[in-house]
Design a protein around this ligand. Structure first.
Ligand code: PLP
Length: 433
């Protein structure tokens, strides 16, 4: 029998022994003890509808039976090999992934997190092209290693400065267009900026452009439909390759089988993912074309990469997403969710923008004159939590609610999310300025 520590003691120890800058939501950090489907329970027995799906990790909901069964069987059989030995789930998964990824993507490398996946992708792009310059987007987030932090385009995470060789393009953030323009009259000025940056700051050469098909931590920023085609064509003209960071957008969440980038009709040379890939088990993954992967000629190893338990979980995720047609569900339920949130936008001036695709929906809160309202979001999240709903936070200004529940939810849960957010908005409107 495992002895349980009280929630008060856990919060005290958390405050005393965990790095103080580790972000937690809510005035009093929530201690979670159990999850099932889209519901989680805290240590005081209260239940919540988890409309952040962990942190876009529990794609199929907490403790999905198909994942649990596969993981249990694997734990009893073989827990670890490292990449030095071949294990069945890792190899089977590699072959399956080559089938379900776009274009000529073929060779996989497994790690433990999205950070490592992107670090690998950038390294391989530099080796393949023999160049250094990496283009990334402002408002992006790609991880917390030195290079991926440098590729990130949000000041709040820039601990320890930035490495040289990374150049940031304007984000396709139409609600706050960096050029003060309006789509489509803007003629995609943000995409055309890539050429200017390559020719000036990057010295005329580029190794890779890394971008999220929808910017996640940046606040579910959704580009205009032609944006990626335009920017990737420019990057390729100057010899660079395209890395699609599907850490948040993969596995059907945005309503496509299986990738966010498939909305934009562009095929990457390298793709990465993590988060929802193994429904919450730690995993990172980089896939590259045969040609690009061949450039990685130095010896490499990952101690925990390709772990048979995590890769077994990922196989279960692939099976369930396909068998239950979940991308279609995400598209249908996501549309209902956006409709409900747009109806709230008509009622409340604090809701400046509703955006996203599938079950990746951002709600940007503003005061009058489009002033970012992070204070209001903090109160909105707190009020929603008290009413039994968890949502996420994002955006450079900390004013974008991120709604990304498990993609298994139905219309009734989407309606419940909207109902609670409406009631919570009533609570916070007195603070709108
Ligand atoms: N890329 C994107 C788009 C992310 O959202 C994140 C994490 O939020 C990462 C990379 C880094 O992943 P991890 O936290 O697993 O290292």
């Amino acid at each position: 029998m495992i002895e349980r520590t009280s929630p008060e003691a856990l919060r005290e120890q958390h405050a005393a022994y965990v790095f103080a800058n580790v972000a937690t939501y809510y005035d009093e950090p929530l201690v979670l003890v159990r999850g099932e489907g889209a519901t989680v329970w805290d240590a005081d027995g209260r239940s919540y509808l988890d409309a952040f799906g962990g942190i876009l990790t529990v794609l199929l909901g907490h403790a999905h039976p198909a994942v649990t069964e596969r993981v249990k069987a694997q734990v009893e059989r073989l827990v670890h090999t490292s990449t030095l030995y071949v294990n069945e789930p890792m190899v089977t998964l590699s072959a399956r992934l080559a089938e379900v990824t776009p274009g000529a993507l073929k060779r996989s490398f497994f790690t433990n997190s999205g950070t490592e996946a992107n670090e690998t992708a950038l390294l391989v792009a530099r080796l393949y092209t023999g160049r250094e310059a990496v283009l990334a987007l402002r408002h992006s987030y790609h991880g917390r290693s030195a290079l991926t932090l440098s590729a990130g385009g949000q000041g709040a995470y820039k601990a320890g400065g930035s490495l040289p060789g990374v150049y940031h393009l304007a984000s396709p953030y139409c609600y706050r267009c960096p050029f003060g323009l309006t789509y489509p009259a803007c003629d995609l000025r943000c995409a055309k900026d890539a050429e200017e940056v390559i020719l000036t700051a990057a010295g005329g050469e580029v190794a890779a452009f890394i971008a999220e098909p929808f910017q996640g931590v940046g606040g579910f920023i959704t580009p205009p439909p032609e944006y990626f085609k335009e920017v990737v064509a420019i990057v390729r003209r100057y010899g660079g390759i395209f890395i699609a960071d599907e850490v948040q957008t993969g596995w059907g969440r945005t309503g496509r089988y299986l990738w966010g980038i498939e909305h934009w009709d562009v095929v990457p040379e390298v793709m990465t993912s993590a988060k929802g890939m193994a429904n919450g088990f730690p995993i990172g993954w980089t896939i590259a074309t045969e040609e690009v992967a061949a450039a990685f000629t130095k010896a490499t190893i990952s101690t925990f990469g390709g772990n048979p338990v995590s890769t077994a979980a990922a196989l279960a995720v692939l099976d369930v997403v396909k068998a239950e047609n979940l991308p279609e569900n995400a598209e249908r339920v996501g549309e209902a969710l956006q409709d409900g949130l747009r109806a709230l936008q008509d009622l409340y001036p604090a809701i400046g923008d509703v955006r996203g695709k599938g079950l990746m929906v951002g709600v940007e809160l503003v005061h009058g004159g489009k002033r970012p309202a992070p204070d209001l979001l903090r109160r909105w999240m707190e009020a929603a939590r008290k009413r039994g709903l968890l949502i996420g936070k994002g955006g450079l200004y900390g004013n974008v609610a991120r709604i990304a529940p498990p993609i298994t939810i139905g219309r009734s849960e989407a309606e419940e999310i909207v109902r609670i957010l409406k009631a919570a908005m009533e609570d916070v409107m007195p603070y709108w300025e």
